[in-house]
Design a protein around this ligand. Structure first.
Ligand SMILES: Cc1cc2nc3c(=O)[nH]c(=O)nc-3n(C[C@H](O)[C@H](O)[C@H](O)COP(=O)(O)OP(=O)(O)OC[C@H]3O[C@@H](n4cnc5c(N)ncnc54)[C@H](O)[C@@H]3O)c2cc1C
Length: 610
């Protein structure tokens, strides 16, 4: 088949030329050591990068006590679990978090310009219950944080929480039928029900660039923005940077959001880019004053469902969110299949569609960036489905500022010296390095994400049990770890949703209602039946699609396991093909709760000696 005409003035699609270009760009980035990172928990020099710059740590005595539920993590998931537990009548709830307050991601990420990527009317949870309408289509971080704090306050989750407290170990006490939770503040909290809501992007990532520790200037990660150094605030000018040369490393979702404010404030800004993101139109704007008019009961769930249906390629009457996710992301993941198409034709048309969307993005760069050399470097040459897309209206324009220099380093930064980054032998002298290098991927095994050892029945740790892959019922419970729930997350036999909040809402409702039901049913201990776990895990394995043929041609990113999609473990997949079958998963969990028979669980009802 010959070249096809591209849409919107795109160059005709010639598969051979496009494949060759994409592979050449991929190969520049497939360099040994690219995925090496500093382990911030173990690295003495860099451990300080995790310190909380936002809230002073106050001294307190260790706590030894007994509660009904411990929730590890006070982000969206933890707050929603807590709120639903309150609704179920549970009284003694302890949230424990390393952060100095509620919010999780939104507590930690306060960098200038931070905002959500998914429309706020579906991303910010419990809008109906709190009778709140976000001020912007894509809310800024501070507003999301305040909203989560408001939910936590409404459900009385704050006063009993232990903040600035890291859980270091949890062990199941068989005789007492309790979890004993130990922290880095010397606390020992015993609980009947243990809930892990530790996050999906909770582990900041610092690349392992040689010489980082030699840098003589100031450095920090975007997830711990140092306003004492930069001045300003997340929506205020960074007024202490006027005489500072700043290096920003990383142009993913966080990096791109903080470029415009840095460009506006710094004496000079160097942006070090390994892989350009595809930057779609954001179209952010204040909420239409009439938005709330006529919204009926259940409107938020309906809007979330409408978005999710589009993400799964299902027909809908109207696209309520109507943005880059519903247009581009949904299109490339569910290309139309005309009747009579062979598989080869279908794959080719999917590629063509992807190409047209990427050409649109590349044209957008040309239109917005006046320096053709910089524009070329900013053009993403890979398939849209290869890397999480970004959306922004000011990012590309920032490269027109004379004080902004883009540094192309597909193979990464050679070294960081006392003076700053070194790339291809060129030394960039800077006062400050901002690491916009993101987070360990969502697929990081749960036993690493939780940041503590979890010791279940017979002294078996979660790390041991899941060493060869996840094993669960619903992606939320695991045999040998009685009375423990894990909020659903990627890589864990649940489902993945582009709008994470939707799965957190479901997880929160499930945990709250399930614990309420177990309590009312007089259940002291539950564990997962071996056959139920085996069947669930098998379903996950059976629905795994090996996409490594497509994904190995991608530019390396966290979506394709940094260029090694073949290493993805089917057991760490989802319930249903691809991102999982969200609607079936929700029906199943809701049906399980409705039935009230604890199917798949072994339950012990006898009283436990106190
Ligand atoms: C800048 C940014 C923007 C984002 N935008 C979107 C978006 O638009 N849409 C979307 O769907 N997703 C987005 N995400 C992903 C985001 O992480 C999730 O949407 C969501 O906030 C995760 O909530 P969570 O409660 O699961 O985890 P988190 O918010 O990460 O909270 C987990 C908490 O657990 C605590 N914790 C972990 N381990 C321990 C331990 N051992 N002891 C004590 N505390 C512990 C952590 O300190 C953290 O506060 C974004 C992420 C970032 C970083």
């Amino acid at each position: 088949m010959g070249p096809a005409a591209g849409a919107g003035g795109a160059a005709p699609y010639d598969p051979e030329v496009v494949h060759a270009k994409y592979l050449a760009e991929r190969d520049k980035r497939l360099v040994p050591g690219r995925a090496d990172i500093r382990d911030l928990r173990a690295d003495e020099h860099f451990a300080r990068y995790r310190d909380d710059p936002f809230t002073p740590v106050t001294a307190r005595d260790p706590v030894t006590e007994e509660v009904d539920v411990v929730i590890v993590g006070g982000g969206i998931a933890g707050v929603l679990a807590g709120a639903n537990l309150r609704k179920a009548g549970v009284t003694r709830i302890r949230i424990i978090d390393q952060a100095g307050g509620i919010g999780g991601t939104w507590y930690w990420n306060r960098y200038p310009g931070v905002m959500c990527d998914v429309e706020s009317y579906i991303y910010m949870p419990m809008l109906e219950e709190l009778d709140y309408i976000p001020t912007h289509r894509y809310a800024f971080g501070g507003e999301i944080l305040s909203h989560l704090e408001a939910i936590a306050a409404r459900f009385a989750l704050v006063d009993d929480a232990l903040f600035h407290t890291g859980v270091t170990r949890a062990e199941w006490d068989e005789d007492g039928a309790r979890w004993r939770v130990h922290t880095d503040r010397g606390d020992v909290v015993s609980c009947r029900w243990y809930v892990l809501a530790v996050g999906i992007l909770n582990l900041m990532k610092l690349p392992a660039i040689p010489g980082m520790e030699d840098f003589a200037g100031h450095a920090f990660h975007t997830a711990r923005w140092d306003y004492a150094y930069t001045g300003g605030g997340s929506l205020e000018p960074l007024d202490r940077l006027g005489d500072k040369v700043v290096a920003l490393l990383g142009t993913g979702a966080s990096g791109i959001q903080c470029v415009p404010p840095l460009a506006a404030a710094a004496k000079h800004l160097y942006v070090f880019q390994r892989t350009p993101s595809a930057i779609g139109v954001r179209g952010n704007r204040p909420t239409d004053p009439g938005f709330g008019d006529g919204l009926g009961h259940g409107w938020q769930r309906e809007r979330m469902d409408n978005f999710q249906a589009i993400m799964l390629g299902r027909p809908v009457d109207v696209d309520e969110v109507d943005d880059g996710w519903t247009h581009h992301y949904a299109a490339v993941h569910h290309p139309p299949r005309r009747e009579g198409m062979t598989t080869a034709e279908y794959l080719r048309s999917a590629e063509e569609l992807d190409y047209e969307i990427m050409e649109e993005h590349r044209h957008r760069v040309e239109e917005l960036v006046s320096d053709p050399a910089a524009a070329e470097i900013l053009k993403p040459y890979y398939r849209y489905l290869c890397k999480r897309p970004c959306f922004h209206d000011e990012y590309l324009l920032a490269f027109n500022n004379p004080n902004v220099t883009l540094v192309d380093c597909p193979a990464g930064i050679e070294r960081i010296t006392k003076a700053g980054p070194l790339v291809d032998g060129a030394q960039y002298e800077v006062d400050c390095i901002v690491y916009g290098t993101g987070f360990e991927p969502e697929l990081t095994p749960l036993f690493r994400r939780v940041g503590h050892e979890i010791v279940g029945r017979g002294g078996v740790t979660l790390a041991d049990k899941w060493a060869d892959g996840a094993a669960s019922l619903f992606g939320m419970t695991s045999r040998g770890f009685p009375n423990m729930f894990v909020m659903p997350a990627p890589g864990q036999q649940a489902v993945v949703t582009v709008n994470y909040t939707q799965v957190a809402v479901l997880g929160g409702e499930f945990v709250g209602r399930a614990i309420g039901m177990l309590e009312r049913g007089g259940v002291q201990v539950f564990d997962v039946r071996a056959e139920a776990e085996q069947a669930w895990t098998q379903k996950v394995v059976d629905s795994f699609i090996d996409a490594s043929a497509v994904m190995s041609a991608c530019t390396p990113s966290r979506i394709n396991n940094e260029g090694h999609p073949e290493a993805m473990n089917p057991r760490n997949g989802n319930y249903g093909r691809g991102m999982g079958d969200w609607f079936a998963y929700r029906d199943l969990l809701e049906g399980w709760l409705e039935a009230g028979t604890f199917e798949g669980l072994e339950v012990e009802r006898q009283p436990i000696p106190s």
